[in-house]
Design a protein around this ligand. Structure first.
Ligand SMILES: *Cc1c(COP(=O)(O)O)cnc(C)c1O
Length: 386
């Protein structure tokens, strides 16, 4: 089975471009809200870094989610489409002074702080501006996730967060500072996680840390467990919406929340990945010595995941119904890693055929570059092309 695409309108658009199925995005958000809404005190933020296309952001804002940002630019992008500052959480190991000033100026909900050095700078800047910064401490829980090594973030060897052993001392330090207020703990163990056991391990760790803090009478208003829920890259048609129920139920069952405590989530990929496809046109079909290449006009500059993480994306020829042939699908960039897939079956492909690279809504358009002096790909939603 292939995805449903408005081929006619596509013919008029310059390839390559991103196509977002707005109905699927809205349906995904509806299921997400229904499942999160079954649990008291669950608050979901959208991780803007997965996709900051204003049209996509706007749909997500209208579904009522908060925003999770990792830069000043993302805070600006979120505010621009209407996310209230009071819904914005801001993480990042290297926050610049102007980014901290922006967050304070706009009155964001929380800075997720990743070091004592950062804490001191936030306190100083807040004092100078006559503000108080709400801070959560990002703790490195030393938990491995069963995902690609480049996208684990919760191991002691990773650069993220404050070591567990330094947690209490750091909280005490916040207590002595005049312009920061401790409001919670933050965690994020990685991305594209499909094994609920990884999230269970995080819950167990947080339970231990909470017991430890409680024994020293330290209260925590907010727990933020980050994002990381994966999607089914193999079957975008069969499994278009991730299993949000299993995800939220895991936290609900395993995590021992204290009365009144809020549990925050920061989901990126799971919300936007399946609604997006990179649409590209076949330039040439080349018969090599051992294989056949379908050379398309999109490259690693438009979608870098296969080159960067050896990521799999399902690829479909959406303008051919002819019988299957085997191809390496490659881009035009002068890099040997500019390959989308090797030895895959596509309906017989000819010059001019449109190809859809599926499940590309997350970490696709936003990671595009101008390498080789190429233009950035545009993004269109199904709402515009109806
Ligand atoms: C990237 C990131 C997320 C979102 O991760 P997904 O795997 O896309 O859900 C959430 N929180 C933080 C701090 C992140 O850096």
């Amino acid at each position: 089975m292939k995805g449903k695409f408005p081929i006619q309108p596509f013919q008029a658009i310059q390839t390559p471009f991103y196509y977002y199925d707005a109905d699927l995005l809205r349906e995904t958000l509806k299921v997400l809200n229904e499942e999160a809404g079954k649990h008291d005190n669950f608050v979901v933020h959208y991780a803007v870094k997965a996709n900051a296309n204003p049209k996509v952001l706007s749909i997500i804002h209208h579904a009522g989610l908060g925003a999770d940002c990792v830069s000043g630019g993302e805070i600006e992008a979120a505010l621009k489409v209407g996310f209230p500052a009071s819904s914005i959480v801001y993480a990042g190991v290297g926050k610049s002074d102007w980014e901290i000033e922006l967050g304070l100026e706009k009155g964001i909900f929380c800075f997720n702080v990743e070091s004592v050095a950062e804490l001191e700078v936030i306190n100083e800047i807040a004092e100078r501006m006559g503000k108080t910064a709400q801070v959560a401490l990002r703790i490195n829980p030393n938990i491995g996730a069963h995902t690609h090594a480049n996208i684990t973030t919760g191991l002691a060897e990773n650069k993220f967060g404050i070591a567990m052993g330094d947690m209490e001392e750091t909280i005490e330090r916040v207590g002595k500072m005049s312009h920061v207020r401790f409001i919670g703990l933050h965690f994020h163990i990685g991305s594209q996680i499909l094994d609920m056991g990884d999230f269970e391990a995080l819950c167990n760790r947080i339970n231990d840390l909470q017991d430890q803090l409680e024994s020293h009478r330290i209260q925590v208003e907010n727990i933020n467990v980050g994002g990381g829920l994966g999607i089914d890259y193999q079957h975008p048609n069969r499994v278009p919406i991730p299993d949000f129920k299993a995800f939220f139920d895991t936290y609900s069952k395993r995590l021992k929340l204290r009365p009144g405590q809020k549990l925050h989530f920061e989901l990126g990929r799971a919300i936007v990945a399946q609604c997006g496809s990179l649409i590209t046109r076949t330039l040439y079909v080349k018969q090599g010595v051992a294989k056949q290449f379908a050379i398309v006009d999109a490259g690693m500059t438009d979608l870098i995941r296969p080159a960067l993480y050896q990521a799999y994306h399902k690829i479909e020829n959406i303008s051919s119904e002819e019988s299957l042939c085997t191809y390496d699908v490659v881009g035009p960039i002068c890099e040997s890693s500019d390959v989308f897939a090797k030895q895959i079956d596509l309906n017989k492909t000819r010059r001019g055929d449109l190809i859809a690279i599926r499940s590309a809504g997350a970490y696709g358009e936003i990671m595009a570059s101008c390498y080789n002096c190429r233009q950035l790909p545009q993004g269109y939603t199904s709402d515009e092309l109806k």
